[in-house]
Structure formats: structure tokens, C-alpha cells
Ligand binder design. Sequence first.
Ligand code: FMN
Length: 201
Amino acid sequence: MSLYQEILVLYYSSNGATRELADAAARGVASTPGVQPRVRTVPPVAAAGEQRSVPDDPSLPPYVARVDLDKTMGLLLGSPTRFGNMAAPLKYFIDSLIDVWLSGTLTGKPAGVFTSTGSLHGGQETTLISMMLPLLHHGMVLTGLPYSQFPALNTTQSGGTPYGPTHVAGPSGDREVDDTEADLAFGLGQHVANLALRLSN
Ligand SMILES: Cc1cc2nc3c(=O)[nH]c(=O)nc-3n(C[C@H](O)[C@H](O)[C@H](O)COP(=O)(O)O)c2cc1C
């Protein structure tokens, strides 16, 4: 058995921005004594008749499996914004979780969400909430970023919301995650890890 208790950091990213937020959140989990992150992703999906190959990128984390959900003490869930909503590959995975829902595997465990958009007002909060809705059905205990612990929420000129960490990639999708955005993602990782420890006691 692992000496550590784990928090699942599960994300989808097609251009790498959400992945950077996931990595920052995972570092936040790892900075919490006694807890370690388990970083996982989901495969792309294709419409009927569309060809879409699974990327052959050895630097990608493994695809999420049922055991990752069974073992986890909490969840950090991230997706790019797609028309104000989470991306289809993540939704497709979530829609496969009937057994997890029936068994209550995730019930009572803490969760937080994060996203990256192209534009500042392009739907960050709606995407964050779209990820929260199925987690509520699973009975997860949702958290955002409290202003009391994250004063950067008052001053950020880029991403960062009380509903969860965010990043603004810009119209070309190439704006890097800045320090404020990364710090808030790190902070959510720490926050969920600490909540998981408190809830498991
Ligand atoms: C199909 C599609 C829909 C998108 N919809 C939105 C949107 O509603 N609002 C927005 O600001 N950006 C939108 N974007 C831009 C992405 O959210 C943005 O590039 C994000 O940084 C991608 O994250 P990733 O690098 O993790 O893939 C969209 C991009 C695609 C491909």
C-alpha cells in the first residue's frame, strides 16, 4: 500500500495551457505533507465518420482508469473552455461514470476545477460551473478559491476566479500561464489536499 494518500489531478488539454495549470495544481498537492498527486488525462474523442488519432506523446500522463477514482481522496478537474463549456473528451469520460456514481466512490470527497480560455470574458466561470455540476451529482464537496486565502483574486489582470483557477491564452492560444495564474492553481492544489486530509480525519 502507498505511504501517501493521493489526490487525482485529471485534465484534458489540446494545446497545453490546461496542462500547465494541472501541473501547477499537482505541485500544490505535492507541497502538502502526506499527500501526493496522481496526474491523469483523457483521450480525444471523434464524431462518427471523423478520423482522430490518439497523440503519441510520451510526456503525456497515462489515461485515467477506474482505479484512479477508487484510490483518490479528492479531485482536481481541468478542461479548456469550449464554447463556454468543458471540452467533449472530458465530458465523454464523465458520462462513462455510471458505476462510480452508483457505488458512491466520490461521495464526500473534496473537488476543485480549473480552466483556460482564449479570451478574458470567454466563459471561464460557466466552464468551471459546467465541471462542478456532475461532481455535485457524485456527492463531491466542491471548493473554489477563498478571497481570504488568495488576495491575488482582487488584483489579477489575467486569470483567477473564486470559482477556481483560470488562464487566458489569448486569441492565438499562445499566452503562457503567468505567475498569478500558476500561483492560484498551485493554491487550489494545496487547498483541496488540506481539505481531503481534514475530511478523512
Ligand atoms: C472548439 C473551440 C471552442 C472554444 N471556445 C472558447 C470559448 O468559448 N471561449 C474562449 O474564450 N475560448 C474558447 N476557445 C479557446 C480555448 O479555450 C483556449 O485556446 C484554451 O487555452 C485551450 O486550452 P488548451 O491549451 O489546454 O487546449 C475555444 C477553442 C476551441 C478549439
